[in-house]
Write a protein that binds this ligand. Structure first.
Ligand code: NAP
Length: 250
């Protein structure tokens, strides 16, 4: 019988997701690296993991799309086996803007990519993990943001509000499935060095803002990955419905 634990990392090809996929593979998980469009980044990461003796697959799926999410989870069932951990990490940011200039199209794109996607992936994970449905339990770690507390005025209130929804999803679902063997927690990163800031229109945003971070520096994706791994591990076995901020004190 295959006893290797299985983890899905959504948006696992780049940034925080890639650091998380690497760490989980190093710790012995069979990893599914999900990505939306950057196949090259996902495949390069998979190659590096495999070279180091890890097991992984890459699955293209837009997690804001229900059919794609169903296909993603069915592929993991078939190719890797019983799901132990879901890391809901995929997310997007739009150009910095005040609310008065936001269109419905932009707001809906942010919400479907950052919120609907997490709900759909949680649904599929719970179906497989819940002892009520014959599962063996499991862990969900959602990647939120300190933006859920700050609201990101003058930059992206839409993004911040999407992360507020993830905090609420984490709290509600954690209680809903607590007696079914599933723990649900979230990490809330602050300013982390990834390509996401370029999508917001300011690649060097962390350089501008690092002076307001009490630790006077941005964070590395690997520092977030370690916290995600801890929340997924048995070391945090009595933790559910919690938020772990990784923000250098911000
Ligand atoms: P990133 O480097 O821009 O990577 C985003 C990843 O998400 C990419 O792999 C991308 O896929 C994937 N993705 C986006 N939409 C998707 C969709 N609909 N379906 C599947 N995959 C999708 O971003 P990051 O900074 O690592 O962000 C990861 C998470 O951390 C996000 O939830 C973000 O909100 C959160 N976060 C980041 C920071 C920060 O400072 N960087 C701070 C707080 C929270 P492709 O590679 O195919 O494009």
């Amino acid at each position: 019988m295959n006893t290797q634990k299985v983890a899905i990392i959504t948006g696992g090809g780049r940034g925080i997701g890639a650091a998380t996929a690497k760490l989980f593979a190093k710790k012995g998980y069979a990893v599914c690296i999900n990505y939306k469009s950057n196949a090259e980044a996902a495949n390069q990461l998979a190659e590096a993991i495999t070279m180091e003796g890890g097991k992984c697959i890459c699955v293209q799926a837009d997690v804001s799309c229900e059919d794609d999410v169903n296909r993603l989870f069915a592929t993991v069932d078939r190719e890797l086996g019983t799901l132990s951990v879901l890391v809901n990490n995929a997310g997007i940011l739009k150009k910095q803007s005040r609310l008065v200039d936001m269109t419905a199209d932009r707001i809906n794109t942010i919400l479907t990519n950052n919120v609907t996607s997490y709900f759909l992936c949680c649904r599929e994970a719970v179906k497989r993990m819940s002892t009520l449905h014959g599962g063996q339990g499991g862990v969900i770690v959602n990647v939120s943001s300190v933006a859920s507390r700050s609201g990101s005025p003058n930059e992206y209130i839409d993004y911040a509000a999407s992360k507020g929804a993830i905090d609420t999803l984490t709290k509600g679902l954690s209680v809903e499935v607590a007696a079914e063997g599933i723990r649900v927690n979230c990490v809330r990163p602050g300013l982390i060095y990834t390509d996401m800031h370029a999508d917001g229109g300011e690649p060097d945003r962390i350089e501008r803002l690092k002076g307001v971070i009490p630790m006077q520096r941005g964070g590395q994706p690997e520092e977030v990955a370690e916290a995600i791994y801890w929340l997924a591990s048995e070391k945090s076995s009595f933790s559910t419905g919690n938020y772990l901020d990784l923000s250098g004190g911000l």
